[in-house]
Each structure stands twice: as C-alpha cells, then as structure tokens.
Design a protein around this ligand. Structure first.
Ligand code: NAD
Length: 258
C-alpha cells in the first residue's frame, strides 16, 4: 500500500469533542475528507448539528452530531455508545474540548480553577478511558488529545495558571495511557498548538487586545489557522502512524523555540 493510501482513513469511524467550531471542527473536517465517518461532539448541540451538516455536504461522509458534556462520566459513556451504534465502530478519536480562564492566581476563584481543570483534564481522562475501553476490546485504535504550547511554556502577558497546568497534565496523561496500552493496540498522542485564530481567542475581550503582542513575539509573526492542525491529526488517526504513540506534537510556528 502506498503512503498516501496508508494515510487515508477510508472505512474508519471516529469522534471529535469540542468539534462544533474551531480546531475540532477543522480536524473533524480533515478526518471526513480523508474518508472517515465522524461524530461531532459538543456541549453546543445546535452548532454541532450545523457543523455536521456542513462537513457531510462537503465530503459525502456520514457525519453525526452528538450533545455531550465531556466532564460528565454518564454523558461520555452514552456518547461513546452512540458513536459505536450510529457509526458502526470506533477507530480513532480527537479529545479536544477545552476552555481558558485568564486570572491572576491570587484572584482566581477555586471554582474558576476547578472549571478549567475539569474540562481540560478530567474531561480528557473520561473520554480517553471510555474510548480506550472500547478500542482495547475491538482491535485497537488511535486517540489524539489536544494539549497546548502552554504545556511547555508560560504564556505572557496574560495570567492563566490553571490552563497551563491542565495542559501540562494532558501530556503526562497521554504518555501514561500510551505506555499502559502500547502492547494492546491503542495508541495515544497529543498535539500542542500555538496561538490559533478561533473563537477561544477571537471572541475573548481580554485576549483580542493581546494578539498584536503575541504576533510580535511569534517567529512567523501571526496566529496559526485551525486548518493548519488538520494534517497532523489525520496522520495520527490513521495507520501510517502505527509506531507513533506517547508523543506530543508542537505545532506553533516555532513560538516555543526560544
Ligand atoms: P473554541 O472555543 O473555538 O471551541 C471549543 C469547543 O469546545 C466549543 O464548541 C465548546 O462548546 C466546546 N466545549 C467546551 N466545553 C465543553 C465540554 N465540557 N464538553 C463538550 N464540549 C465542550 O476553542 P478552540 O480554540 O477550537 O480550542 C480547542 C482546543 O484547543 C482546546 O482544548 C484549547 O485549549 C486548545 N488550544 C487552543 C488554542 C488556541 O489558541 N485557540 C491553542 C492551543 C490549544
């Protein structure tokens, strides 16, 4: 089989969390374009339905929308069950739902801290393990988690200690699961994007004024585009990455190089 054929996802089934918009929407679109059937999983069901219809129309693949709060164990269990029933299996997933709250540590409430940790870390744990349980007993699979360059550096000037800590933990969770499941056919990797022009940044009144500062620090002088994360995720989801597990892929236009 040639390399391009090996990179395709024909016949595979997967889900993406936080896929109604932003990075998840783009990777879901990439998976479908590569031949997979995909579930768009999000808290925001109305937007997930629109995204699913858009990707189905553009790619001709089966694309479904599922409402799920990734921090709720029962909802995650029901979501994975629905993916398997409606798509006919589960070969890969991109656990990507996440939020950021900017506040100085001494002013951050415990509720704010917990909200970030709950979605960015506990939600990834719940979805990884629920998907992993299915994959371990059904011929293996590939799990991709969204970490961040904030796992590797402390962003400035905005204070975001909970986000940075949650994303560093996602990388160690990724490596831990990769080791636990390495001999059992389930691969687990993460991506660490730099600043990407999505709602998380562009709809945040506190972050928008900082874009110029970040761009001045960025070797490429600009934000990344969500579609610039598609190819790495398509690679990780498919069989051409069969020896790749426990790795984190920084996609940040060299932001963290100095
Ligand atoms: P976004 O805000 O554009 O989209 C996030 C989506 O996640 C939304 O549709 C939201 O409804 C959904 N979501 C939030 N909480 C959820 C929950 N509990 N259960 C299910 N869905 C939920 O954000 P984005 O920029 O596309 O970010 C996606 C991921 O990438 C996040 O984990 C984020 O931390 C990470 N990331 C983003 C950037 C960036 O600069 N945009 C950089 C590095 C990493």
């Amino acid at each position: 089989m040639g390399i391009i054929e090996k990179m395709r996802l024909d016949g595979k089934k997967g889900f993406v969390t936080g896929a109604a918009r932003g990075i998840g929407k783009c990777t879901a679109s990439g998976f479908a374009e590569a031949g997979a059937d995909v579930a768009i999983v999000d808290l925001d069901y109305d937007e997930a339905v629109k995204t699913a219809a858009e990707i189905a129309e553009a790619t001709g693949r089966k694309v479904i929308a599922l409402k799920c709060d990734c921090t709720d164990k029962a909802q995650v269990e029901a979501m994975v069950k629905a993916v398997v029933e409606e798509l006919g299996g589960l070969d890969f997933c991109h656990n990507n739902a996440g939020i950021c709250i900017n506040a100085p540590a001494e002013e951050m409430t415990y509720e704010q801290w917990m909200k970030v940790i709950n979605i960015n870390l506990n939600g990834v744990f719940l979805t990884d393990v629920e998907a992993g349980k299915y994959m371990l007993t059904h011929g293996g699979g590939s799990i991709i988690n969204t970490a961040s360059m904030s796992a590797h550096i402390v962003n400035v000037p905005q204070p975001q200690c909970a986000y940075n800590a949650s994303k560093a933990a996602v990388i160690q969770l990724t490596k831990s699961l990769a080791i636990e499941w390495a001999k059992r056919g389930v691969r687990v990797n993460s991506i660490s994007p730099g600043y990407i022009g999505t709602d998380l940044v562009l709809n945040s009144p506190s972050l928008v004024p900082l874009i110029e500062k970040w761009n001045a620090m960025a070797p490429m002088g600009r934000l990344g585009k969500p579609e610039e994360l598609e190819s790495i995720c398509v690679y990780l989801a498919g069989d051409s990455s069969s020896f790749t597990t426990g790795s984190d892929f920084i996609v940040d236009g060299a932001f963290t190089c100095f």
